[in-house]
Write a protein that binds this ligand. Sequence first.
Ligand SMILES: Nc1ncnc2c1ncn2[C@@H]1O[C@H](COP(=O)(O)OP(=O)(O)OP(=O)(O)O)[C@@H](O)[C@H]1O
Length: 311
Amino acid sequence: MIQIDALSKRYGGFTAVDNVTFNAEPGRVTGFLGPNGAGKSTTMRILVGLTDPTSGSAHLLGRHFSQLPNPGLEVGVLLDASAQHGGRTGREILTLAARTMGLPKTRVAETLERVSLTEEEAGRRVRNYSLGMRQRLGIATALIGEPEVLILDEPANGLDPAGIRWMRDLLRGFADDGGTVLLSSHLLHEIEVIADDIVVIGNGRIVAQGTKQELLAGGGTYARSNDLTALGRALQRAGHTAEITTEGAVLSDAELAAAGQIAFDAGLVLTELRAADGAGLEEMFLQLTASNQRDHLESPEGLDSSKGKAA
Ligand SMILES: Nc1ncnc2c1ncn2[C@@H]1O[C@H](COP(=O)(O)OP(=O)(O)OP(=O)(O)O)[C@@H](O)[C@H]1O
């Protein structure tokens, strides 16, 4: 179990993490999704005691990371796969990790096998590893102590599609055995493939969280018309959410028939009207990624464009 409570981190006048609260539960893979610079790594670094928070708290298994006597046996961490010593072989790195944690040497071969690194690859110097091999070695280092919790920052970086499937199966098995997994990514698709629960962060703040089913569920309407702003306002006046997407459509929580009727009553010509089908999360993520080009409805009435499942 990971508990993050009202966590904030400021660097001078800049707030990298802003009042972030979420849990990652045992038996679940929690995906921490956000564009570059959103605050994912900072949150994870605070979680493992590498950075001090400005305020708030982060607990693993009910304790601070610094209170864990032999952390590798309880929490497996992969923050930066390229931080390994390039002059050492994969096997040497795992052997050192095993020694530090007081584990039997046999664990090295077992773990290499678990991450599908061959004997020959384990004998190569890490500087000659591909990024994907480094990720596997990093995951091996995280797993070797058989921890209950895994914290992985962008672990799918450099993995090919087969590698991503391998990692999904590995993390699924880990969670099915009761483990807690928190992994970050800046790619929605990766998180969709791997995670059970999703926490979305943008500009240091949580913007949505829930189960994958909740966040990707359909519902709502995606509509285009000859006047997007007028359509958005008409929907909002009728009590629905409405947001102009980066692709030039209106995304609303109104059902199809209601949206059609509202457009008709407002005298607007619809050029497209269809179910949103999980477009909400994708659109929100696209907007976060291109947050400088956000195209909000201008709203003299202070109309809010927030969507149902967004926090
Ligand atoms: N030591 C630091 N001093 C000043 N600013 C920092 C420091 N560390 C991080 N930041 C800033 O905090 C913000 C969040 O960075 P962070 O690395 O947590 O983002 P991220 O979501 O992990 O992004 P990425 O996907 O690119 O790794 C960024 O704007 C970054 O420049």
